[in-house]
Design a protein around this ligand. Sequence first.
Ligand SMILES: [Fe+2]
Length: 562
Amino acid sequence: MKVIGINYLSESSVCLVENGIVKYAISEERLNRKKNWYGIPYASIKKLLKDTKNKISDIDLFATCGLSSLVNDVPDIGYLKKKIYEIKVSKLSKKIKKKQISFLKKRSKHEDYVINVRTRKIIDELKKKFKNLKVFDHHTSHAASAVYNSNFSECYCLTIDGWGDNASAKIFFYQRGKIREINKTSSLDSLGYFYGSITKLLGFKPHQHEGKILGLAAYGDPKKAMKDMSKLISYDKKNKRFKANYEKGIYQASFNNKNLNFLKRKYSAQDIAACAQFLLEKVVLECVNDLSKNKFNLALAGGIFANVKLNQKIKDQKIVKKIYVFPNMGDGGLSIGSALLAYYQKNKKIRVSLENCYLGPQYYKDDLLKEIKKYRLKFLKPKNIEKEIAFLLNKGLVVAHFNNRMEFGPRALGNRSILCSAKNKNINDILNKKLGRTEFMPFAPIVLEKSMRKYFKIKDSLNDYKFMTITCDCKKIMINNSPAAVHIDNTARPQMINKKISLRLFKILNEYKKITKIPVLINTSFNMHEEPIVCSPNDAIRAFLASKIDYLILEKYLIQKP
Ligand SMILES: [Fe+2]
């Protein structure tokens, strides 16, 4: 049975689930080269069908999200009235009350339009193009992506994002295939908008640069701005949901929240970032600890869980046995979530466990040589390419690595990656300059599986470190040997490598270890400034030529800068 999942929201994407297994997945941004592009991913559907040798008639089911646009339960007028009442009876000045109430009314009207007009139109278009279209709830699809790939037979699931289908967070309980919704947080109380509005306030692009705020946070003092910022969000224990405190005068569910501007005049950027991170962790941890009195497994999805530090804090809670973070946690992962829901609905069984994220297209000899010749590049085909790469990396050179199938999701996991040594702390500045980036968090390391416990303070399963979704504390040897991959708070975001995950990376790390005795390298995404990660050999060559990267590896070919 073949199911195609379609996400038309941010980072629109498609996937193919065949007999319950995710066989292929790609985001439209990789093909049209527009970061986080949204809309119906027609080019990706075409590419998926071509690469998997399917015709549209071979597909049994299509699946997508947007259920609230098909049922008349939005907007929630009762809840809006409650929020307005809270503002009316608050101690705020008349002027601020008016401003907050006016925002809430406008926001609700906008959501009503998006759900009942814009989304309905898209779903109508999908229904016309693809017969047998199943439509699921946004957060339930996030939940499905996490629980069905988690290997947990029973767990709680928390989904948190900006907003989708009239909610910004949901709590679920999962048991043997069945996902039961326990509670939801309104989109008016969005933690995604909270963190995104801080991203915008500090001069970065919301819904894209949240990682910079996370990196910056480690340099600041969360206490400094607490008095003002704690007015923004809280956890409502009685109703088991997050609460945006409009009645305290500054929160708005908008990236462009001008109420926050005063913070910049009073506090440094790093202190604001530190406080935002602290508050996010505080409210989410309150929610996690409120889920049950007994220990439980926890599956996580939704854009908020791109926050690797938050994930580490959740994992460290005594009440939590194990966590699983779906690697494409943002809306890009919804294609997989909705396809798995459709598969389960039809077959009442689950046989999914995402072994890896190498789900995208692969390119072969003819494609590669055609592009190399087109750009008249000189190349070598070394006998032992892994040894050659390790040699170059040890010399301090930067190598772009293009190999095998492209990753699905926000992280490059070695197949569309830039590699370099982590031996010197200043490599971050050098690399940021070479790539035209501003990052406050150091680049992440790839590490041989057998060295993971020697280099990091890890007590339980190493499987949590397959997809760079979580940070961990570094041991002294890591801090001394590979300081470029260690953050100021002595954490890192490692990707564990073994033969099964990636034979090529395994061999490179082993060759590098033979020379240096260090089983660690830096891995960062291979893309031009602010462009999506490269997909094709043509993208790779263009990015290579436009950058100051020293060498490009295209599968077996080694290309030097002309
Ligand atoms: Fe979402």
